[in-house]
Design a protein around this ligand. Structure first.
Ligand code: PHE
Length: 350
């Protein structure tokens, strides 16, 4: 891990080995130009702690981009609870408790919320030991789920993408392959079905898949068939790096827009998509709904309609971005990156 940390351009990494569960608590702090680092907490099994660290670093960098694109006063950071094995429920809770205490000592240095593998119930456990968990009302003992906000934002992004790619916004004429029907992909697939779209879903978890097929009308494909299945829009809503030199040549879609973080395996894979004429909605714009809603709540917005209006606005940001990219003849993520650099160079808005 020493080599990884030395090579990383971020601010630093806080690590703690949790002996009782044989898990690593890894908090990657990437950038604090706009404010103190904030980002979700991911919990999953990794082959090695180094894989967990690599994920934490990439995700933290993604949060720097996300907050800057939103022009919110937060920096980029992410926590990964890297498990080496399956945990029992009491073990898991005890790990979350110790993670919460760790955040408690860190104070304002890092604030967090849900990410892949963690739930609002988990965040309530963490929040017993720190007041730096977003979306939690500690007095009433309730935690909100950012998933539906993220799903709503991705839906707005999908509408903008479909309009741009097909020249009309009607979702009912289109097919969508949703990879991962968890806390974001699940509600999103439901919204797409509701809009009359043809929905194909895939998941590595049997239970999530069963739940989706019970709740709305959809077809299913096996995880290994995702990249070869024809569809109009590929909607990645699971782990990152699924757009790679191996998968992009196989894709049989016209556009990509989803909630997964770090969808591009390497920057060059965005160019590969562009060359194939596949329109890509940059991940940290399309999936910013949860961060946008929770960040807004943190900044004092309480009105639900206003929160929804802001999340829906991601569609307009994306429309502008697509236009800017088309004018410059470049892939959308390059235009997005320029916007991020502009904001970071300017510094905090107030
Ligand atoms: N995990 C969310 C994301 O990747 C970020 C998030 C931040 C969620 C803060 C809730 C609170 O965008």
């Amino acid at each position: 891990m020493k080599k990884q940390i030395e090579a990383w351009p971020g601010l630093g990494v806080l690590s703690r080995y949790d002996r009782a569960t044989e898990a690593w608590i890894l908090i990657a702090l990437h950038d604090d130009t706009l404010g103190a680092p904030a980002g979700g907490t991911r919990l999953r099994i990794y082959p090695t702690p180094e894989d967990g660290l690599r994920d934490a670093m990439r995700l933290a960098e993604g949060m720097t981009h996300k907050w800057a694109a939103l022009d919110f006063p937060f920096g980029g950071g992410k926590a990964v609870l890297a498990l080496s094995r399956e945990l029992s429920q009491p073990e898991r809770e005890s790990l979350l408790r110790r993670y919460g205490r760790t955040l408690g000592w860190l104070g304002r240095a890092f604030s967090t919320g849900e990410d892949l593998g963690t739930s609002p119930a988990d965040m309530l456990v963490v929040a017993q030991h720190t007041d730096t968990v977003h979306g939690v009302d500690r007095e009433r003992g309730v935690a909100r789920d950012p998933g539906p906000f993220t799903a709503r934002g991705v839906l707005a992004a999908i509408r903008a993408t479909v309009q741009r790619r097909f020249g009309e916004p009607d979702l009912s004429k289109r097919s969508f392959l949703v990879q991962g029907v968890g806390r974001v992909g699940g509600p999103l697939a439901g919204l797409l079905a509701e809009a009359g779209a043809r929905v194909i879903v895939s998941d590595v978890e049997e239970a999530s898949l069963r739940d989706a097929t019970r709740r709305f009308e959809c077809e299913t494909v096996l995880p290994e068939a995702v990249y070869d299945t024809p569809c109009d829009v590929y909607v990645p809503c699971a782990t990152g790096g699924t757009l790679s030199r191996e998968t992009v040549p196989r894709l049989r879609c016209a556009a990509v827009a989803g909630s997964a973080n770090n969808q591009l395996d390497r920057p060059e894979d965005g160019v590969l998509l562009h060359e194939r004429g596949i329109l890509y909605a940059p991940d940290y714009i399309a999936n910013a709904g949860g961060a946008l809603a929770f960040g807004s709540i943190h900044l004092g917005v309480t009105d639900e309609t206003e929160l929804e209006r802001r999340v829906d606005g991601l569609g307009d940001s994306l429309r502008e971005l697509f236009e800017e990219a088309a004018r410059a003849g470049e892939p959308p993520e390059v235009a997005a990156g320029r916007r991020v650099q502009r904001v970071l160079e300017r510094g905090p808005a107030r």
